[in-house]
Design a protein around this ligand. Structure first.
Ligand code: 4NP
Length: 161
């Protein structure tokens, strides 16, 4: 069983969508029992909320039902999860700063490193102040990266892009 935590800023757009996309990719491959996915934010201001209504609507159109309740990342997450996957460079830096040990810091990676069909992507950008295109772009990147992430967890010897 591999446990993966996705992290963005508010935990209401990118990371709750990543969590559900990853769950669906694993299910399509019959690997539900091998993975556990969760998400959190570096900012706790949306704690307890469902994902943003725009994110839920765009995700719904692709068949993803987003029901996660927002929460802030905590120190225990570094012990509970095998991998902590961040959406952009600010999330990456913020999460690494919270890591309680070098071993915990080594669990923190960037989602963009698993993208294969969008090789120019350097992050999964914050859609909060964007229009519909921003949310669609997030889902395109997440679907691509989740395939790459699960491949990489199944075949740990394969290099990232
Ligand atoms: P997320 O998007 O990090 O993908 O959940 C955001 C959500 C809320 C805010 C910013 C980004 N905010 O400023 O409240």
């Amino acid at each position: 069983m591999k446990k993966v935590l996705f992290v963005c800023l508010g935990n209401i757009c990118r990371s709750p969508a990543a969590e559900e996309v990853a769950r669906c990719v694993a299910a399509e491959r019959g690997l539900e029992a091998e993975f556990e996915f969760d998400s959190a934010g570096t900012y706790g201001g949306h704690r307890g909320q469902l994902p943003d209504s725009r994110m839920r609507a765009h995700a719904r159109r692709r068949g993803y039902d987003l029901t996660h309740r927002a929460r802030k990342i905590s120190t225990s997450d570094f012990f509970d999860f095998d991998l902590i996957v961040t959406m952009d460079d600010a999330n990456f830096d913020d999460v690494r700063e919270l890591a309680p040990s070098p071993e915990a810091e080594a669990k923190v990676v960037r989602m963009a490193d698993y993208v294969r069909q969008h090789p120019w992507a350097t992050c999964v950008p914050d859609p909060y102040y964007e229009g519909a295109e921003g949310f669609e772009n997030v889902l395109d990147l997440l679907e691509d990266a989740c395939e790459g992430l699960i491949d990489s967890l199944q075949n740990p010897n394969n290099d990232l892009k």
